[in-house]
Design a protein around this ligand. Structure first.
Ligand code: ADP
Ligand code: MG
Length: 509
């Protein structure tokens, strides 16, 4: 007897419908699986047979063939357990085959028949064939699935649950409430905790407003890490589309915390400097997203930048330009989105104290040069804002000192500037903020008064700007003007923007 159970496969975060065809025929008892299953899918044979037996069904000793169609695409992961098991139950006549076909199934099975949660449920659920009556998923994944599934989501805890439902006990399964998408994020840190550092705060606000990359240079203890950790608190909340995109990536990577269906906070990823190139960029035989993709719609913070593996840093240049990563493997290539703000921090020299107001630095100038040379020109070029951070004197750090401005008003100013950009780039698919403005639009959107133009040209020749650095300074000027609500860029805006590139000349001669 022949049966069909529907499910989905995943490549990266792209889902594609898969039909699990099960044939049960006379012949020597055997169980074969075809249709490009990878090892994890092939192993499901053992789990499925045990789960079926332990759920109280006994499959007849026949020749079993499972085909995963389309046969040309690789199937990966344990989520095929459930559709295969249901297909077998239908082929064996335990549940109605006609009814089984009207639903989709995804989930891993334990040997005792329990259904276990799987990675990637949000993107998977978006890929089921439309027009189905429902999607059976592990209860732990149900709210995630409900966000993107075109069909009703039916949470189940065991294979027996599925069989009961298909045999007509649907009343036992209440309809899942639609997930709440509007809850604001909660932040554990706030800019109020940062004393002084007015220039750094301003630079971070500009970076947040325009989505600009930022590099902080300063001695240990200057507060670089502290400032960086507070950047997410002034970014505008994720839009629903952004939240779904980000959740898809985290779901595929298996990083959604238990009970979380949707990522609500902008990601803040801070990989250790020992991270490998695939860890940073993405990779593996079944490609997984790297840190650049996990930071999609958020912040990638690289603390102690020169300590990172040089080739990993260089590999980041391409995703920084295109906002996507393509991970190629022998047969397939997988695309992951990677639109992130790069936030980097570093000491000015190996000992760290080169620019410290009171401590002496004991590095030779060639040591300093070698240290700085770990950051390549092209990478530096892609960072719009370079910022020197000096440590605060201890008298400004005590508990009696005035707290700094809290994150909320900063976030509101950022949101106002982002709203202007939202209108400016309305209708453009891939551009959301000034940092992403393509060169072809600079003319249209960066109208600049004559004094501003003159200042920019002077600065460009004095600091030896590359064409890319010139455009980046112009984009930062645009953001500063947006923060002020000005349509036209003037000399004050430009002056502030170009000073954020002046450091390059001081350090990297
Ligand atoms: N401006 C500041 N306001 C309040 N505390 C500060 C400030 N700067 C530094 N600190 C304190 O010093 C600690 C070390 O700062 P950190 O961010 O780790 O420095 P860095 O990363 O530059 O080495 C912080 O955890 C914080 O307690
Ligand atoms: Mg630090």
């Amino acid at each position: 007897m022949l049966a069909l159970a529907r499910t989905v496969g995943l490549v990266g975060i792209e889902a594609f419908p898969v039909d699990v065809e099960v044939d049960m025929s006379r012949g020597l008892p055997s169980f074969s699986m075809v249709g490009l299953p990878d090892n994890s899918v092939r192993e499901s044979r053992e789990r499925v047979q045990a789960a079926i037996a332990n759920s109280g069904f006994s499959l007849p000793p026949k020749k079993l063939t499972v085909n995963l169609a389309p046969a040309g695409r690789k199937k990966e992961g344990p989520s095929f357990d459930l559709p295969i098991a249901v297909g077998l139950l239908a082929a064996g006549g335990f549940v109605s085959a006609a009814r089984v076909e009207r639903f989709a199934y995804a989930g891993e099975l334990a040997l005792d028949g329990r259904v276990r949660p799987v990675r990637g449920m949000l993107p998977m659920a978006s890929g089921i064939t439309t027009g189905l009556e429902g999607l059976f998923v592990p209860a732990e994944n149900a709210s995630e699935a409900a966000i993107s599934s075109p069909a009703r989501v039916i949470p189940v805890r065991s294979l027996q649950d599925v069989a009961n439902w298909l045999q007509g006990a649907e009343g036992l399964f209440p309809e899942l409430p639609a997930p709440e998408l509007t809850e604001p994020p909660v932040y554990r840190v706030d800019f109020a905790e940062v004393h002084g550092q007015l220039q750094a705060r301003r630079a971070l606000e500009i970076a947040a407003a325009g989505g600009h990359n930022l590099l902080m240079i300063g001695p240990p203890g200057a507060g670089k890490t502290m400032l960086a950790q507070r950047l997410p608190t002034i970014l505008p909340p994720l839009t629903k589309t952004e939240a779904i995109e980000t959740t898809m990536i985290h779901s595929v990577a298996g990083l959604l915390p238990e009970g979380v269906a949707l990522v609500r906070e902008r990601p803040f990823r801070s990989p250790h400097h020992t991270v490998s190139t695939p860890g940073l960029i993405g990779g593996g035989s079944n490609p997984r997203p790297g840190e650049v993709s996990l930071a999609h719609n958020g912040v990638l913070f690289l603390d102690e930048l020169p300590e990172f593996n040089r080739s990993a840093l260089e590999a980041m240049r391409q995703p920084m330009e295109s906002c996507r990563v393509t991970v190629s493997r022998a047969v397939t290539s997988t695309d992951f989105p990677a639109r992130f703000m790069l936030l980097a921090a570093m000491n000015p020299c190996p000992c760290g104290y080169l620019t410290h107001p009171s401590r002496a630095c004991n590095c030779s100038s060639s040591q300093v040069q070698r240290y700085l040379a770990k950051i390549s020109g092209p990478l530096l070029d892609r960072i719009d804002i370079h910022l020197e951070v000096s440590p605060l004197e201890s008298k400004h750090l005590g508990p009696e000192t005035e707290p700094g401005e809290p994150s909320l008003p900063m976030r509101e100013r950022v949101a106002t500037a982002r709203a202007i950009q939202g209108e400016r780039y309305a209708g453009m698919n891939d551009v959301f903020c000034n940092a992403g403005m393509p060169p072809s639009l600079l003319r249209k959107h960066c109208s600049i008064d004559p004094a501003g133009r003159k200042l920019l040209d002077t600065a460009a020749s004095r600091f030896g700007f590359s064409a890319r650095a010139y455009c980046r300074a112009l984009r930062v000027s645009r953001t500063i003007a947006d923060l002020e609500g000005e349509d036209r860029i003037n000399a004050t805006h430009v002056a502030e923007a170009v000073q954020f590139r002046a450091l390059e000349k001081d350090y990297w001669v």
